[in-house]
Design a protein around this ligand. Structure first.
Ligand SMILES: [Zn+2]
Ligand SMILES: [Zn+2]
Length: 141
């Protein structure tokens, strides 16, 4: 499946062909910190199938949970986190949130669940509103 996306300000564009079935929700502390949220949904692409337009900024981070060195790609203008890959750039983890229709990717597996917040398992129990505060409650099926 081919996907495209961009950072929040639009300076960086991503085009990629995804590896089928690789949709991962990662609850590791690195993902929590860099996403600024409780977890991150990741889809995967081989290096040959990953194309980036614009000048992405990168840094190398030693993963707190695995100890692996990972290249972390982001937009230097707006700060959106976009991808991570191994030092040889063979396998890219793309942040599903920056892809068009990224919400369609339903995680096939949750990893590093030990650092997930305990409230996450009951997340559908508090009210879900269609839009912002004051909007209609949603029916969750
Ligand atoms: Zn940007
Ligand atoms: Zn993670």
């Amino acid at each position: 499946m081919k996907v495209s996306g961009s950072c929040h300000c639009g300076k960086i564009k991503i085009n990629a062909k995804l590896i089928e079935g690789k949709v991962i929700a990662c609850h590791c502390t690195d993902c929590q910190i860099s996403a600024g949220g409780p977890f991150r949904v990741i889809v995967q692409s081989n290096g040959d199938d990953f194309e980036i337009t614009g000048d992405a900024s990168e840094y190398i981070k030693t993963s707190a949970d695995s100890g692996n060195h990972r290249v972390q790609g982001f937009c230097g203008k707006c700060g959106s986190s976009l991808y991570a890959c191994d030092l040889d750039r063979n396998l890219f983890n793309i942040r599903a949130g920056c892809l068009e229709n990224g919400s369609l990717f339903s995680p096939k597996v949750h990893i590093f669940g030990k650092s997930a917040p305990s409230w996450l398992k009951g997340i559908s129990q508090s009210p879900w509103l269609e839009k912002g505060p004051g909007s209609q409650p949603m029916k969750m099926d």
